[in-house]
Design a protein around this ligand. Structure first.
Ligand code: SAH
Ligand code: SF4
Length: 387
């Protein structure tokens, strides 16, 4: 069988609609099987082929011999005082990634990871400081949504949209660990599953990808699958951005903003969100705010200011609240919708840039960081058992 070279077991969560269709064609089954199985996997959230009761028993047995349904193993599951829930997921080789559920009155948002570590090494980011371990497979990305929905359903999750037959998670943001556009093919396939009406059926407006600015991949995404977009800006001039977001040396602001403007022609929302992390004394003066306002003048956008979340050993401090408010006001005065990101799940280290901070890491950089850490690493809570 082509889809199983060397007898390898296929993880059904790795397959988007085209992948499932190809798999069932190879398996000698009619095309409708792909949709039928997709409903079982992503809508009824079953964990084994044996539960797909409208497939003939013989087919189930043949399938069970060559496929599996495997999301990353969960080795931590903690809920913060504000209801934010973080799953620590095994990425193999001592690496972990995280998925974070953020409850809100009118939606349930899941923040998912795309890589174990990150190759882009932004100066202020705990994930970047871990170094890069590997890209997540499509099934590991999709598996985060699959698992979160299953876990919430199993816990009796209730919300108005759930009573109307929708899954607990209504929105996905690719803002966890890793740079999604640096793992393009697997992220692209996962986005396909999120949007597919035979799978999760999320609208493109409800799926947001955050990037630090890999311009060629952003241009591909514009053609392939333009979901809502957030761009991590963090500085209003190239000299500073080169230091904070090193990928800027390759794709400087002018190129990034031009690519962003072009992306918006195809995007599901008519604005982009620019993210701007607030670093004390680095990028948070009123002059920085004015420069930012001038920089993004040509682009329909909203601005989201992120109070920097500290992690051990980082040479930064969070801007004082008064300065963040003044920075926000300057942008509002310049005509921009500007919000300050609420920090969620702080007590379980689930905030932006703090993810998987306690995980063993093999890079020398991380060893130095750990050596500098003032407090011992926290242990993840034991995982809850799944249905
Ligand atoms: N790699 C992508 C998406 C993951 S990071 C990106 O960089 O956009 C999601 C957001 O968290 C980005 O805006 C990132 O710059 C920000 N971030 C990273 N570390 C942070 C920290 N320690 N405190 C606050 N925000 C942080
Ligand atoms: Fe990677 Fe984003 Fe962190 Fe930069 S901010 S190191 S791109 S995860």
């Amino acid at each position: 069988m082509q889809t199983s070279p060397g007898g390898r077991v296929i993880n059904l969560l790795d397959l988007d609609a085209a992948g499932l269709a190809a798999f069932f064609a190879d398996f000698g089954e009619k095309p409708f099987r792909a949709k039928q199985v997709s409903h079982w996997l992503h809508q009824r959230l079953v964990g084994e082929v044996g539960s797909m009761t409208d497939l003939a028993r013989g087919l189930r047995e043949r399938l069970a011999a060559v496929v599996e349904i495997r999301a990353p193993a969960v080795f931590g599951d903690t809920t913060a005082a504000d209801g934010t829930r973080k799953w620590l997921l095994d990425a193999g080789g001592g690496n972990a990634v995280e998925a974070v559920y953020i409850p809100e009155d009118d939606r349930g948002t899941l923040c998912i990871s795309s890589q174990a570590g990150c190759p882009l090494d932004c100066a202020f980011c705990a994930t970047g400081k871990q170094g890069f371990n590997r890209n997540l497979a499509t099934g590991e990305i999709v598996g985060q949504l699959w698992h979160a929905n299953r876990a919430l359903v199993a816990d009796g999750f209730d919300a108005p949209w759930v009573r109307q037959g929708h899954a607990p998670i209504t929105n996905v943001v690719l803002m966890g660990m890793g740079e999604p556009l640096a793992n393009y093919d697997n992220v692209r396939a996962a986005l396909g599953v999120f949007l597919d009406d035979d799978a999760y059926g999320l609208s493109r407006r409800r799926v947001t990808l955050s990037t630090s600015g890999l311009v060629p991949a952003l241009e591909r995404l514009r053609e392939d699958c333009p979901v809502a977009l957030a761009v991590s800006l963090h500085a209003a001039n190239d000299a500073l951005r080169d230091r904070l977001v090193p990928i800027n040396r390759k794709y400087p602001l002018a190129r990034l903003l031009e690519a962003t403007r072009r992306y918006l022609e195809r995007a599901p929302r008519d604005f982009v969100t620019f993210e701007y992390v607030m670093l004390d004394g680095i990028n948070d003066s009123l002059e920085d705010a004015r420069a930012l306002a001038r920089l993004v003048r040509e682009i329909p956008c909203k601005l989201n200011l992120i109070p920097w979340n500290p992690f051990p050993g980082a040479p930064f401090a969070t801007s004082p609240r008064s300065r963040i408010l003044a920075f926000q006001q300057a942008l509002i005065d310049a005509g921009y919708v500007t919000t300050i990101r609420k920090t969620r799940g702080e007590d379980i280290a689930a905030a932006c840039g703090q993810l998987a901070g306690q995980v063993r890491d093999r890079t020398r950089r991380q060893l130095r960081l750990h050596a500098a850490a003032a407090s011992p690493a926290r242990q993840p809570a034991p995982s809850r058992s799944l249905p």
